[in-house]
Design a protein around this ligand. Structure first.
Ligand SMILES: N[C@@H](CCC(=O)N[C@@H](CS)C(=O)NCC(=O)O)C(=O)O
Length: 340
């Protein structure tokens, strides 16, 4: 009797006090008590996270948040999105304003070791590039004394400075808080180029007034592997976010899709598929989630490839080839660690 009273009191405290205070009580328990996942996202870049004409957030980072809510609650709506700029995202996470970041955030050693945070697992492989006015320059090295728009708090500032220093060529950085501000400045001619991750440039270009007037130069100047970020020293939440992200990749590797997941669960003789889809309970038990956590997430949002195609596929006006984001079996880098 006493134990149930204490749990109820803790749950009530969590619901009242929200993410910050819950931090000490471990994120997954806090989320369950609150009844909602709080997900840190970007301020608005097509492909990863941008409100549609009805004001509903759409994009790959958004679907990753929704899928995680389904893995925990089996309800796609039990998630609140918190748009965060590049320069405030990590502070907001550290302060407990959000439970996780799915926000085009590159995994680097210094971010992993010095911020009191932890990045979890790579879900998108990217690299730094530059967009310029079509037929202006062919190569970045030609941009001597150019004004280059950059977003504050990103890896892109350092990558750009490192490159131009390495070729001993001066340039003028023009810094902005948000992507839309940098994009507007570029189109207004206040800068000659915008430097950021190439997939984001593809998203930005797709929203420009005249996309054909702009070229994303082919050179890449860094590795930008995106991972979810959580607070450090929360092993249980680390496990959930890691294996949730991996489950989406594993589903694609096994040919489990949004459409066939139900039938695969009923009929597949493959022990790995039966484990993944919760026919046997061990994966859910290990994560303290319902045994159908991965099945529900794939049924609701699709597998990794379906998430990619929904936001970047040939049916979208971004149409970004998967490249390194193909499965390892198809020449890409996307690889699920064994879920057994
Ligand atoms: N991957 C880089 C850059 C990520 C980034 O934040 N990019 C800017 C655009 S340059 C951004 O805010 N993107 C998301 C958004 O605007 O919604 C990093 O982790 O620093």
């Amino acid at each position: 009797m006493l134990t149930r009273g204490i749990i109820a009191a803790a749950a009530f405290a969590c619901a009242l006090l929200g993410p910050a205070t819950a931090r000490a009580q471990q994120t997954l328990e806090a989320i369950k008590a609150r009844g909602q996942l709080v997900c840190g996202i970007g301020t608005g870049v097509a492909g990863f996270g941008l409100p549609d004409s009805r004001g509903v957030w759409q994009g790959m980072d958004i679907d990753l948040c929704r899928g995680l809510a389904v893995a925990i609650f089996n309800d796609v709506n039990k998630v609140r999105f918190v748009p965060l700029s590049s320069s405030t995202r990590f502070t907001a996470l550290g302060a407990g304003e959000v439970d996780v970041l799915f926000r085009t955030s590159t995994q680097t050693m210094l971010r992993d070791v010095t911020l009191g945070l932890r990045h979890v697992v790579t879900y998108f492989y990217d690299g730094h590039g530059f967009i310029v006015r079509a037929n202006s320059v062919q190569k970045v090295a030609e941009m001597r004394d150019a004004t280059i728009c950059l977003v504050q708090g990103t890896t892109n500032e350092q990558v750009t400075a490192d490159y131009f220093r390495s070729i001993n060529t001066p340039f003028r950085p023009l810094l902005f808080e948000r992507t839309d501000q940098a994009t507007a400045a570029l189109q207004a001619g206040r800068c000659d180029s915008f430097g950021t991750d190439a997939s984001q440039l593809a998203g930005v270009r797709s929203t420009m007034a005249k996309p054909a007037d702009w070229t994303i130069l082919p050179e890449r100047f860094s590795k930008e592997p995106y991972g979810a970020y959580i607070r450090r020293d929360d092993q249980q939440w680390f496990d959930v976010v890691r294996w949730y992200t991996t489950a989406l990749i594993e589903a694609e590797e096994q040919g489990v899709t949004q459409a066939n997941a139900e039938e695969m669960r009923r009929t597949s003789p493959n022990p790995n598929t039966r484990r993944l889809l919760g026919v046997t309970p061990e994966l859910g038990e290990a994560l303290k989630l319902d045994r159908s956590w991965a099945y529900n997430a794939v049924r609701a949002l699709g597998n990794y490839g379906e998430l990619y195609d929904r936001s970047f596929g040939p049916e979208t006006n971004i149409d970004l080839p998967r490249g390194p984001n193909r499965l390892w079996t198809q020449g890409g880098l996307v690889y699920a660690l064994p879920m057994r």
